[in-house]
Design a protein around this ligand. Structure first.
Ligand code: CTP
Length: 414
């Protein structure tokens, strides 16, 4: 049985400035506001002029119990409203963010209250874009997204789905539950919220593919980008853990503060794991195996480049199952073992397949995901599968999912 989990934040109650732009999807901002308020967040709404044509300010005022800001200079509230809002917010979320809004932010414009507030901001900003797929995929929008990402702004969605015109494509705003969960996840790991709940813990994370050479020019590997593993390492660091990141070759910057151990083959990864976990496996509190370890390798690596000569057969032998080996060797409570299961099956079979892996590999938790959702994207959909329950997390960025995974891992730590 799958269920959508929505967790709350603990006091002191964080403040979210909820910006709303003028898109048909603006009505969904009301649901996001409601979910945040229910989770214990103080929500301060800011609407653009266009947004007020799509959604009544009275709706947001009623749901949040707060004044809805709109004018740059509201006489009754003083002159520097954008500065005050930017400072007050634990996080600014813009739901929905239109193509025009993204363009304005990317070029640093500040010609209304919401834009000025975001420009003034020196802390987390999360954007939930909504637009027609042609606008989303336009090179100008994609340039703006790249600029905003480089500036440190975070995105939740958009997703592939039906947009207001009835067409289907990437540009539909993420669902309100997914947006609220992304915001709550981000609030939980905000250092100013004091969530150093992994302080004193050693977390080992594996990431990326392994590479198994055939000859000096060719190899066997897979499409893993390493993004999920790197996101987990980053989230664990932000929450105070000491992190060892054992990584196959990927095109990602090393997370600041992690001990990074680059490897190439599955057997390299086995040696790196032995070193990080220690002989009795007592050196780490948790191991998260996000790496896509090659199941097979060529029987031998040909010393010279193989020449073409008609049909040929490549003889493969199995690599050791690293996680199963550790599951078998573990005798005490350390380390908590988390595996990943990437499947191409239906949703029902996904959880069943993950449960088989839980038992076969003797681990504590399997993160199940689908190949169609996972590869080379910044977002994913995952199901956390334990023996007694399976929790489906809403579609979100890998950073947000990493945080939710750690939330889930915490009570399992010895
Ligand atoms: N894994 C591992 N060693 C391997 C293969 C996989 O430690 N040789 C780990 C992966 O890092 C992942 C988990 O096992 O955490 C699941 O990997 P997956 O390839 O999905 O499962 P397999 O056991 O290989 O089963 P199958 O490929 O048949 O689905």
């Amino acid at each position: 049985m799958l269920r959508v989990a929505m967790t709350s934040v603990s006091p002191p109650h964080p403040t979210v400035v909820l910006g709303v732009c003028g898109s048909i999807a603006a009505y969904k901002a009301a649901s996001v506001a409601r979910l945040l308020v229910k989770a214990g967040v103080r929500v301060l709404p800011v609407m653009t002029h266009a947004a007020t044509k799509m959604l009544g300010a009275a709706t947001l005022a009623g749901l949040t119990g707060n004044h809805v800001y709109g004018e740059m200079f509201e006489a009754s509230l003083g002159g520097e409203l954008h500065v005050e809002l930017a400072e007050k917010a634990t996080l600014i979320a813009v739901v929905p963010a239109t193509a025009e809004f993204l363009s304005a932010l990317a070029s640093g414009r500040a010609n209304d209250l919401l834009r000025a507030t975001v420009l003034c901001r020196r802390g987390p900003v999360m954007l939930a874009p909504a637009m027609h797929p042609n606008m989303w995929s336009h090179p100008a929008t994609q340039r703006n997204i790249a600029t905003l990402r480089a500036d440190g702004l975070e995105f939740v969605g958009p997703v592939v789905g039906e947009v207001a015109s009835g067409e289907v494509g990437e540009g539909r705003m993420a669902e309100p539950e997914a947006i609220a969960e992304a915001i709550l996840g981000r609030l939980r790991h905000d250092p100013s919220q004091g969530t150093h709940d992994l302080a004193g813990r050693h977390v080992v994370v594996t990431a990326g593919p392994t590479i198994e050479d055939i000859d000096p020019a060719r190899y066997l590997s897979n499409r893993s980008s390493g993004k999920m593993g790197y996101a987990i390492a980053t989230a664990a660091l932000a929450r105070g853990a000491r992190v060892t990141l054992i990584t196959g070759p990927v095109a990602l910057p090393a997370p600041a503060g992690a001990k990074v151990v680059p490897i190439r083959t599955a057997r390299d990864m086995e040696s790196a794991l032995d070193a990080a976990l220690g002989t009795g496996l007592t050196e780490a509190d948790a191991l998260i195996m996000a790496a896509a370890v090659a199941d097979y390798r060529p029987l031998s690596v040909h010393p010279t480049k193989l020449k073409r000569h008609g049909p040929t057969t490549l003889e493969l032998i199995p690599n050791p199952d690293l996680l199963a080996g550790l599951g078998k060797r573990r005798t005490g409570p350390k380390p908590v073992l988390v595996g990943f299961a990437l499947e191409t099956t239906s949703d029902d079979e996904l959880v069943a397949a993950a449960r088989v892996k839980l038992d076969k590999k003797q681990v504590d938790l399997i993160v199940a995901n689908r190949a169609s959702d996972a590869f080379d994207t910044d977002h994913n959909r995952i199901v956390l599968v334990e023996r007694a329950r399976a929790i489906e997390l809403p579609y979100a960025s890998k950073g947000v999912l990493a945080d939710r995974l750690i939330d889930h891992l915490l009570p399992l730590l010895p």
